[in-house]
Design a protein around this ligand. Sequence first.
Ligand code: NAP
Length: 461
Amino acid sequence: MSTGPEIAIVGSGPSGFFAAEAILKSDARPRVHMFERLPTPFGLVRSGVAPDHQQIKQVAKVFDKISKHVDFSFFGNVEIGRDITLAALRARYDAVVLAYGASWGAPLAVPGANLPQSLTATAFIGWYNGHPDFAGLTPSFDHETAIVVGHGNVAIDIARILLSGHARLAKTDIADHALEALRHSRIRNVRLVGRRGPAQAAFTSAELRELLAMPDVRVVIDPAALQFDAAESAFLDLPANAVVKRNVALLQDALARPAGDTSKDLHVDFLASPLAIEGSARVDAVRFARNRLQGPPGGKTCVPSGDEFSIPAGLSIASIGFRGRPLDGVPFDGRRGIVPNFEGRVDGKVAVGVAPLYVAGWIKRGANGVIGTNRADAAETARSLMADLQAGLWPVKTDAERVALSMKQDRIDFAGWKLIDEAECRAGCEAGRPRRKMVDIKAMLETAGGTDFTGKLVTTG
Ligand code: NAP
């Protein structure tokens, strides 16, 4: 049992769990309390990773193991800033690690972006992954064409889900409402539109390969987009650009593939920036400016060429990266969408009795990297935290100094989450699927501990 510092972690995604893991390894015998606003843990592993990427979700087993540490506790359904103020957390704990992510998807800053069926990646991914915040979204698949703006891995995930047939999705843990809605999809063309060229796309090769190899999908690319001048070819040959070169080769292979008997098209469109979402009652089309690239290889930016064109579509999804949101009382860099920090440290000197703040994950460095990137990132934050403790930059409070937290009753501990997990997996097993997700918070609370009709937990403390 711990006799050392008590650390609060805000957020239970990969960076939160990896921070807990690194902190709990310390000789200082810390105790970690993790706070999560949803009843369910794991952040983007549950509600960001695509449902057909079950292998990636296996990392939850690592988080399960971390949760078993005797000095780890989980408080789900408790939102910092809503149920408990950050100031109260700082008065109770010795240090606070913010690991609440950066999952706000920027909408397109163009006229018409608020039209019905113009969606952000956050909303669409949250919807198909059963995130309670987005369960009520009603994306429409009644038009043959859908447009996905952005050339990153999230855009690939979205395109793949839109192009997947029912049989493929029915083997995943996609939300029931999404499985049902996509069963009736009329989408036959997905346009994956990027503002720069193939050598600037943010895709990683494994994700691009999987998308381009989808069965029943013809890949359409303008061959001119895959021609490079001597300077650019030399740039692609540099060892540092191996991923981009592989991506270009994958696109060239897809283009050279003989046309088969396919029923769907994936257009990978380059050099086009959205100008407006067109439509009166909903999305009818997206208008684009045709771009050209300028600048040296490796530093190419896009500028409008003067040409414009429209693509008729019934659905437009902006997948142009994610940003963090500010939390009251915490410094924030609005341009980068992160909490400014030095190796995870947020504050300079803090007042007596006020826990210092640290950050880990996307809210620390921005929305980039894969899940594993967060392990090294969180380890760096844990090192900073422990070094500051050892250097005496903040004291461990005595019990008398800790200001008690008033905690809501309908919170969920890790055992409560495991009951939800078991119920979801059991329901999934009966349907030949990995799990069937609950999306209703009240149902989750009932499953986790039994609630009365006022929503208060009656069996767990
Ligand atoms: P991303 O990799 O940063 O890609 C964002 C894309 O949006 C880029 O193509 C960018 O183009 C474009 N963009 C940005 N602003 C735009 C604008 N105003 N108009 C048009 N296009 C715009 O972001 P992401 O796809 O959201 O992925 C986030 C992170 O999660 C990445 O590190 C990704 O690898 C990771 N991820 C990994 C997996 C996996 O491993 N399976 C799956 C999903 C996500 P420019 O380059 O021109 O700025």
